[in-house]
Write a protein that binds this ligand. Structure first.
Ligand code: IPM
Ligand code: MN
Length: 360
């Protein structure tokens, strides 16, 4: 079976981490007897340089044909002064819209050997295993009116019942396949959109009587994520709250560089690490490829019906962390014996070796 994968490295550390993700994808193709045709395209700042637009027509055309899309990162300070519609980030937002992926799955899994090294106490983070389901095509990211002049600016938070319902169904289904607990996040004590959100999620809950639903205000959720992260299973949020809370949760996993993501629900899944372009370390071989490699695992599971390959990648990551491989972002500041400071490439190598050795 032959599948087309759009390959969009983008900016900053994107190309470095995606090179490792690509090797993992090719390896899994061989191991599971699938042919992945990988076709590269430009997005973000590099696309502005080469084509004058953050999502140029050849990339649009590639992504329309693709069965799945793998993305690195977009963004660079040098585009800060461009109007919103021309920034690198716009390329990513337009791509999400083009593909129609309204549900963004962001798992936060704390690998045991990293539980000692985070900024939160080890006993609090050890065993954390939660998933954000972030609404990805609506809310204040896309609402109109949207306007700015020198003295006043407007953004609009807007949600329809249908938009809330479809992402809630994804979240409830996911919770059903896990520990059957869903937390819905809103600010229903202040915002009209949140009142509609809460009411709609409660209606969808009727279809999933086996799943326990909790509602949390977003400010409280931000606090509980640090106080009691193990109390969460699946967390459903609007677009903006999910963006913010998932960066916070990156701290629990040891580094934002650890987190993979999958945007699903549309014509083809979009897979990308949660971390950004990290221009400060671009080109230094220090970037952590685990988030990007984990995103390949999610692609194999969600777009190519190979959940066993996803598990195998996850197990391989666990194994190399057990063996002591660490990129700079997850390397403890105080010296510890048995750890190896690895470059992006060395981490990718170690994970490929572990994939060949481990089973799902
Ligand atoms: C993310 C990023 C994007 C977002 C930016 C780059 C547009 O922060 O995927 O979390 O805000 O959605
Ligand atoms: Mn973000």
């Amino acid at each position: 079976m032959k599948s087309l994968v759009g390959f969009l490295p983008g900016d900053g550390v994107g190309p470095e981490v995606l090179a490792e993700a690509r090797r993992v994808l090719e390896l899994c193709g061989r191991l599971y007897d699938r042919t992945f045709e990988i076709e590269a395209g430009d997005i973000g700042g590099i696309a502005i340089e080469r084509h004058g637009s953050p999502l140029p027509p050849p990339t649009v055309e590639l992504c329309k044909r693709a069965d799945a899309v793998l993305l690195g990162a977009v963004g660079d300070k040098k585009y800060d002064n461009l109007p919103a519609g021309k920034k690198p980030e716009r390329g990513l937002l337009d791509l999400r819209t083009l593909l129609g992926n309204y549900a963004n799955l962001r798992p936060v899994y704390v690998f045991d050997p990293l539980a000692e090294g985070t900024n939160v106490r080890p006993e609090v983070v050890r065993g954390v295993d939660l998933v954000f389901v972030r609404e990805l095509l609506g809310g204040v990211y896309f609402g109109t009116p949207r306007h700015r002049d020198d003295v006043r600016a407007v953004d609009t938070e807007v949600y329809t019942v249908d938009e809330v319902r479809r992402v809630a169904r994804v979240a409830f289904s996911l919770a059903r396949s896990r520990r059957k607990k869903l937390t819905s996040v809103d600010k229903a004590n202040v915002l009209e959109t949140s009142i509609l959100w809460r009411k709609t999620v409660a209606e969808v809950a009727q279809e999933f009587p086996d799943v326990t639903l909790d509602n949390l205000y977003v400010d409280n959720c931000a606090m509980q994520l640090i106080l009691k992260p193990k109390s969460f299973d699946v967390v459903v949020t609007n677009n903006l709250f999910g963006d913010i809370l998932s960066d916070e949760a990156g701290v629990l996993a040891g580094s934002l560089g650890m987190l993979p993501s999958a945007a699903i629900g549309g014509r083809a899944g979009l897979y990308e690490p949660v971390h950004g372009s990290a221009p400060d370390i671009a080109g230094t071989s220090q970037a952590n490829p685990i988030g990007a490699i984990g995103s390949v695992g999610m692609m194999l599971e969600h777009s190519f019906q190979l959940p066993e390959a996803g598990r195998r990648i996850h197990n391989a990551i666990a194994r190399v962390l057990d063996q002591g491989y660490r990129t700079r972002d997850i390397y403890p500041s105080a010296a510890q014996s048995g750890l190896t400071l690895a470059t992006t490439r060395e981490m990718g190598d170690a994970i490929c070796r572990a994939i060949e050795k481990t089973d799902a």
